[in-house]
Design a protein around this ligand. Structure first.
Ligand SMILES: NC(=[NH2+])NCCC[C@H](N)C(=O)O
Ligand SMILES: [Mn+2]
Length: 246
């Protein structure tokens, strides 16, 4: 599927009142998922859980990889700095810097640092998480980007936010990341807002690493998604459940 097709599909599913989960693949996919999401929800908050802020422009990226740039394409304020790329004519910048929060970042490029500081983008590094604790980080995130919870939330979860011990099969691993349990707790708490209508789970690359690495990474990704949907906190009881007596 092309990005524009993903955007249209996300929009179509949301218009049916469903929550959209997209699995990637690299993080450039979020250009499309957020674009489609923002077409339906014109005021959208973005929680970007990642080792990187992915807000390079095509002119600042050292790697030239689009997966390090999705947020520069999407944010209105950055458009004066973003050249028009062939193939991206369909894309309309649809989010604002004030609606983005980064959680778990620990590898920030020069231009990204400049952008975060210039626009005062809500950012919680690993150090902030160590210091404040995840519960407080999420409280402050909501306070900053969705204080009255009147907006829907797009949660973009890059598997490289997790420590490489839990997610080795990814293209740009960065040490000293979230434990799997921290990642699960974070998404469990985000789920409790009842505001999430779009989820990306990206950068899982089963072609990288040993078989064991692949299994570790895929299992971690599945646990994050299950955690969001309450596997570790809720047990569904059938309405006719009776406790057996001897
Ligand atoms: N979604 C990702 N894994 N992004 C990694 C980006 C790494 C680096 N900052 C770049 O722009 O190339
Ligand atoms: Mn990313």
């Amino acid at each position: 599927m092309t990005l524009v097709q993903i955007s249209d599909k996300v929009e179509e599913i949301l218009r049916c009142g469903q929550t959209v989960v997209t699995l990637g693949g690299d993080h450039s996919m979020s250009v499309a998922t957020i674009h489609g999401h923002a077409k339906v929800e014109n005021d959208l908050a973005i929680i970007w859980i990642d080792a990187h802020p992915d807000i390079n422009t095509p002119l600042t990226s050292a790697s030239g990889n689009i997966h390090g740039m999705p947020l520069s394409f999407l944010t209105k304020e950055l458009q004066p700095y973003v050249p028009k790329l062939p193939g991206f004519e369909w894309l309309k910048p649809c989010i604002s810097v004030k609606d983005i929060a980064f959680i778990g970042v620990r590898d920030i490029d020069k231009a990204e640092r400049y952008i975060i500081d210039k626009y005062n983008i809500t950012t919680f590094t690993m150090r902030d998480i160590d210091k404040l604790g995840m519960e407080c980080v999420l409280e402050r995130t909501i306070e900053a980007i969705n204080p009255t919870l009147n907006k829907k939330i797009h949660m973009s979860f890059d598997i490289d936010s997790l420590d490489p011990a839990f997610a080795p099969s990814t293209g740009t691993p960065v040490p000293y990341g979230l434990s799997l349990r921290e990642g699960m707790f974070l998404v469990e708490e985000i789920a409790l807002t009842n505001k999430v209508t779009g989820i990306d789970l990206v950068e899982i690359n089963p072609d990288l690493g040993s078989q064991r690495d692949q299994f570790t990474t895929i299992s971690a990704a599945a646990e994050v998604l299950y955690a969001f949907f309450g596997k570790r906190t809720k047990t569904q009881l059938p309405s006719d459940y009776v406790l057996p007596k001897p």
